[in-house]
Design a protein around this ligand. Structure first.
Ligand code: DGL
Length: 273
């Protein structure tokens, strides 16, 4: 399909978490049309095998390609860690931006030779994607990664602060700190975790930098569009299309918190991959 400067940017996540990235994209590029696909029928990706994650990501991408996107943002850390190269090969010459590299960049900018602690899903941690991306930028950095599946469930349930959220974050983070690995940067290596900032902040030392990929991903997309001259024409008013593979009511309820604005279930188109 031929694309133009008016074509939308495709944004894909396993569910609603990628709306934190979408929010940053909208803020950075209000003129761009955006089409967001959350694969809510198959969430979570984080506990699945690399084969399933890659297959799901390719199917979701195919559906966005049919909408005439000019660039794909893989706004899911798990899919970025597992399937970014396969997606790039599949979409070439269309540009593809994942969230792991921008997240690593944010961490290294926050602290050089830092002691980084990455909170992510099982699949992301298994591949050590953040460790590799941080070490490529800063070989002196020390990186620990923890798989925190319960935090995805907490964010989905809307239990993002208070006693329960804090106790669960503590359960994951304390053993690392007790082992003498006090981090100076904590990386939210999963799209759901920016919602848990208050609980995470309550558990780490006050000077710890807490970073996520949202704004650095938006910066990377903006630079890419500017460099290949495919940014939206000035004066265009960006449109947002929301697609999901299941559960419009739940998507609207939870997604509103991630996007920072109300979503009506009638705003969401349910698609079959
Ligand atoms: N979107 C996933 C990520 O950023 C979290 C949810 C899932 O496991 O699917 O890793």
């Amino acid at each position: 399909m031929t694309t133009s400067r008016q074509s939308p940017i495709g944004v894909f996540d396993s569910g609603v978490g990628g709306l934190t990235v979408l929010k940053a994209l909208r803020q950075a590029m209000p003129a761009e049309h955006l089409v967001y696909l959350g694969d809510t029928a198959r969430l979570p990706y984080g506990t699945k095998s690399p084969q399933s994650i890659s297959r799901y990501a390719l199917q979701a991408t195919e559906s966005l390609l049919n909408r005439g996107i000019k660039l794909l943002v893989v706004a899911c850390n798990t899919a970025s860690a597992v399937a970014l190269e396969a997606l790039k090969a599949h979409l070439s010459p269309l540009p593809v931006v994942g969230v792991v590299e921008p997240g690593a960049k944010a961490a290294v900018s926050a602290r050089s030779a830092g002691r980084h602690l990455v909170l992510a899903t099982e699949a992301t941690v298994r591949l050590g994607a953040y460790t590799a991306a941080i070490k490529r930028r800063d070989p002196d950095a020390a990186v620990h990664e923890i798989a925190c599946e319960m935090l995805v469930a907490l964010a989905e349930e809307g239990w993002t602060d208070g006693e329960i959220a804090t106790a669960i974050v503590r359960r994951y983070v304390d053993p690392i700190i007790a082992g003498g690995n006090q981090p100076d940067t904590l990386i939210l290596g999963c799209t759901h975790f920016p919602l848990l900032r208050p609980a995470i902040r309550a558990v780490v030392e006050p000077g710890t930098a807490i970073v996520d990929s949202a704004s650095t991903t938006a910066d990377a997309v903006k630079e890419l569009l500017a460099s290949n001259g495919s940014g939206a024409p000035a004066g265009q008013v960006g449109r947002l299309d929301l697609l999901a593979t299941d559960g419009a009511t739940r998507f609207a309820r939870i997604g509103g918190q991630f996007l920072g604005q109300q979503i009506a279930s009638s705003d969401i188109e349910i698609v079959d991959l």
